[in-house]
Design a protein around this ligand. Structure first.
Ligand SMILES: Nc1ncnc2c1ncn2[C@@H]1O[C@H](COP(=O)(O)OP(=O)(O)OP(=O)(O)O)[C@@H](O)[C@H]1O
Ligand SMILES: [Mg+2]
Length: 416
């Protein structure tokens, strides 16, 4: 039997940790069998060069971490998706046009508990010669303080297409409101009701049909934001968090995304869920990094080996049929959304694929995370991330968390 090789392109910014992890795991897997064929994942870091629109891409799957700010590779991604059937994590067709604001709209329509949100016109004139005329004739005067008073303080003001905490401010009174609006300048801002106090901040990282819901501490420095905590949500709330994250992704055809939700009692309030380039650095995810790498390799392997076809555009109808069904309550709707998400991600077949074609991935990743190769990757990442005087502290910190994962993972899989 000849092996079928699938080329996976990694389109990267400055990161080197997870690409090394991905390359190491893919190469340790070597050939795997599925559907009577032996498959091999080859990896290649994608370089940026002039391309003829008629060139044919050699890749089967591309994992993109760059195109949200670098437009040449973004246009290459569109070309290879449209012309060469390359499967993308994520597709710029929906990530470019459907940012945080669109995701709020969709989830509100689907009946989720998105906090009350108002989109406010730009503070400063838009850079266009026609603006003065248009604004004079069509911009209604409005009283921002009155809108805020009606919504009730505290509020958050943040860009409609936010990311990386750019331009986010918490607003406790009218003074904060006016100064934040002045500062917003040419950014287009949402005003959103603060969810305070909340019991838990849950951040769900989703890759294909796999979701890890983690307890998140946004006020901590980056290396300490994800708490290693298990069972911090009741079963029902945990499932709701998974369903919300997978609904957003299946609805918009996103594959690799993180979703932030605030939990108040039994209510789950989604506040941020359009991250085209979710943070997967080993220095952020630490304990959860091996899971994320496994999920990324598994989903990529599945997409390649099953020749999964990308859907370039959203199809809201089946979702809205559930949303608008007067006979369904919120719990029924969540169950229906989960079924739609499972159908979109082909979850049953995916699980069967993981169990048969990649049955040894858990052992192989445990062995790799325990190896000096992993430790070298960790040390290189720490050295390139932190100042010299802090490196020893971080080496101890992250090695400790990785060792904890190793012992937990070994314990889970050792038969008692
Ligand atoms: N409605 C809200 N209620 C309470 N806290 C909020 C709300 N909106 C935002 N925040 C806080 O502000 C932070 C940043 O907001 P948000 O996640 O929407 O912006 P972002 O630019 O996408 O940030 P990041 O890329 O770091 O996720 C959140 O992590 C949360 O701590
Ligand atoms: Mg956020």
């Amino acid at each position: 039997m000849t092996d079928r090789h699938h080329l996976v392109g990694l389109l990267l910014g400055a990161e080197d940790d997870w690409p090394r992890a991905f390359e190491a795991i893919a190469s340790r897997i070597g050939a795997f069998e599925y559907g009577g064929t032996r498959h091999v994942l080859d990896t290649e870091r994608v370089h940026i060069a002039p391309f003829n629109l008629r060139d044919r891409a050699r890749h089967d799957v591309v994992i993109d971490r760059l195109a949200y700010w670098y437009y040449h590779p973004r246009e290459w991604l569109k070309k290879v998706a449209l012309m060469d059937d390359v499967y993308l994590l994520n597709s710029p067709f929906t990530f470019q046009s459907m940012e945080k604001h669109a995701a709020y709209c969709a989830l509100i329509r689907l009946g989720m508990n998105v906090p009350d949100t108002v989109l406010v016109p730009h503070k400063n004139p838009v850079d266009n010669v026609r603006w003065a005329y248009t604004a004079r004739n069509y911009n209604d005067p409005f009283n921002l303080a009155e809108i805020a008073r009606e919504m009730g303080y505290p509020l958050f003001m943040k860009p409609f297409d936010g990311g990386g905490w750019r331009g986010v401010s918490r607003i406790k009174d009218e003074r904060d409101l006016l100064s934040s609006y002045d500062d917003s300048g040419e950014m287009l801002m949402h005003l959103q009701k603060a969810v305070e106090p909340f019991d838990v901040f849950a951040r769900a990282l989703t890759i294909g049909p796999e979701t890890m819901v983690m307890s998140f501490r946004p006020d901590e420095p980056m290396h300490n934001r994800y708490a290693v905590e298990h069972d911090f949500l009741s079963a029902g709330v945990g499932q709701e968090a998974v369903t919300i994250a997978q609904t957003v992704n299946a609805f918009f055809r996103w594959e690799f995304n993180s979703c932030e939700m605030l939990i108040q009692g039994d209510s789950v309030l989604p506040i941020d869920y359009a991250n085209a380039c979710p943070d997967v650095a080993v220095t952020s995810l630490h304990y959860y990094f091996p899971w994320a790498m496994k999920a990324l390799v598994r989903w990529t392997a599945f997409c390649a080996a099953t020749d999964r076809r990308a859907k370039l555009h959203v199809d809201p109808d089946p979702w809205y049929a559930v949303a608008d069904d007067p006979n369904l309550d919120y719990t029924d709707k969540l169950a229906s959304y989960q079924r739609l998400a499972d159908a979109h991600f082909d979850t049953d077949r995916y699980q069967e694929f993981c169990a048969s074609a990649l049955a040894d991935i858990d052992d192989l990743v445990l062995e790799w995370v325990s190896s000096t190769e992993f430790d070298t990757m960790l040390l290189d990442t720490i050295r390139s991330t932190y100042p010299a005087e802090e490196q020893d502290m971080f080496i101890g910190h992250f090695r400790g968390l990785v060792d904890l994962w190793i012992s937990d993972d070994a314990a889970i899989r050792t038969p008692h």
